[in-house]
Design a protein around this ligand. Structure first.
Ligand code: IPM
Ligand code: MG
Length: 391
């Protein structure tokens, strides 16, 4: 067996230094951007891969429809950002090519289609996920994912930590030898406190009586232990809110326990557990195609579908039948984030109506269902006829 411990130690040293510097940098950050004080808001539209360009374009049209007055006056500017495609990323051998990152940074908020992530061993260069890279590059530390099933009394909001945990150096694990591979999990004090505070503030401002901290601190003692203790400390500042703590394994079970699951309201989760649990929850709501996702940082925010790029739909010529609902939910979250609460509520209502109530058009992903464009137009018609500005 050949191995080089010194090389592995050097690799770990570099990671520890990089993450220590990141932890220090978080402390220097300012407060959240105040959109009401901006003269101009730039919304970046970034199509991504697979079905991404189709669902993103149609969602952008709905946003432009809702924001027409601001677009006409120049207060809101839409900016198309190409180049976040798998082909271009491979050509540059970068998760986000430099010029694309500059364009992203020139925006205040971004609506982003799903991007294809090469998997180790699939024949493509093993570049980092564009999603994960963007969350890190723009420091989008909070991944907020709501899931609601009103008829079952389910109203959950997940606050997934989005830049640390198993993802922080997920593409920088170390092969110590042919026999031994190691990855690393990262928890920082500032990184944990900021997600916990956001979740508790959300609970307080939205009348949610319970916050559940999800962890596996019985086994992953150092990083999950730190995460749990810091979240509990923040929770002590909110005595009116009940804090409870759940291991991730039993959480997956309790979400399908009809008697217990209604008690959950707001969740705080380390990155990987948040990734897993939010797919489970979205599936219960009607599928990952129904849930939106907000990636929030102090300076930037990015809104996306929680599903992937579905390259098979494109290969089979079915991309025009892609379901835009997840992207439209994300668009509603974008509106709320930039302070357009009324438009956000109208869009949510129109989506509820089109998806669950009237259901004049349904999306099946195939030619027996509506196209993405037809569905987006249905939503806009519904906004005009049923949920107009004065309504
Ligand atoms: C998500 C996705 C991403 C993640 C993938 C595409 C890297 O599953 O947004 O949940 O793991 O975070
Ligand atoms: Mg996921």
């Amino acid at each position: 067996m050949s191995y080089d411990i010194e090389k592995a130690v050097a690799a770990f040293r570099a990671l520890a230094e990089e993450q220590q510097a990141r932890a220090e940098a978080i402390k220097l950050q300012g407060d959240f951007k105040d959109f009401s004080k901006l003269d101009k808001i730039t919304i970046g539209i970034c199509g991504g891969d697979g079905i991404g360009p189709v669902i993103t374009k149609e969602s952008a049209n709905v946003l432009k429809y809702l924001l027409k007055d601001d677009v006409d006056s120049g207060r809101i500017v839409f900016k198309d950002i190409d180049g976040l495609t798998i082909e271009n990323r491979i050509a540059h051998m970068k998760a986000i090519p430099d010029d694309v990152l500059e364009e992203l940074k020139a925006c205040d908020v971004i609506l982003k289609g799903p991007t294809t992530t090469p998997q180790a061993g699939d024949g493509r260069p093993n570049i980092e996920s564009a999603n994960v890279a963007m969350r890190k590059a723009l420091d989008l530390f909070a991944n907020m994912r709501p899931v609601k099933i009103p008829e079952q009394g389910i109203d959950w909001t997940f606050f997934r930590e989005n830049t640390e945990g198993a993802y922080a150096v997920g593409s920088k694990g170390v092969n110590v030898s042919d026999e031994l591979a190691m990855d690393f999990v990262v928890t920082t004090t500032e990184g944990t406190e900021r997600i916990a505070r956001l979740a508790y503030e959300y609970a307080k401002n939205n009348g949610k009586e319970r916050v559940s901290i999800i962890n596996k601190a019985n086994v992953i003692k150092t990083t999950d232990g730190k995460f749990l203790n810091l979240c509990k400390n923040i929770g002590r500042e909110y005595p009116d809110i009940i804090t409870d703590e759940w291991y991730i394994d039993i959480t997956t079970a309790k979400l399908i326990d009809e008697k217990r699951r209604k008690d959950f309201k707001v969740f705080i989760l380390p990155n990987l557990y948040g990734d897993i649990i939010t797919d489970e929850a979205a599936e219960m709501q009607g599928g990952v195609g129904t849930a939106g996702s907000a990636n929030i940082g102090k300076k930037y925010a990015m809104f996306e579908a929680i599903h992937g790029s579905a390259p098979r739909m494109v290969d089979e010529g079915r991309d025009i039948y892609a379901d835009p609902c997840s992207m439209l939910r994300a668009s509603a979250m974008l509106l709320s984030h930039i302070g357009r609460i009324e438009e956000s509520v109208r869009l949510e209502k129109a989506l509820d109506y089109c998806m669950f109530e009237e259901k004049k058009l349904t999306i099946t992903g195939r030619s027996d269902g509506a196209t993405c464009r037809e569905f987006a137009e249905y939503v806009m018609d519904t906004l005009t006829t049923k949920f107009g500005a004065e309504a």
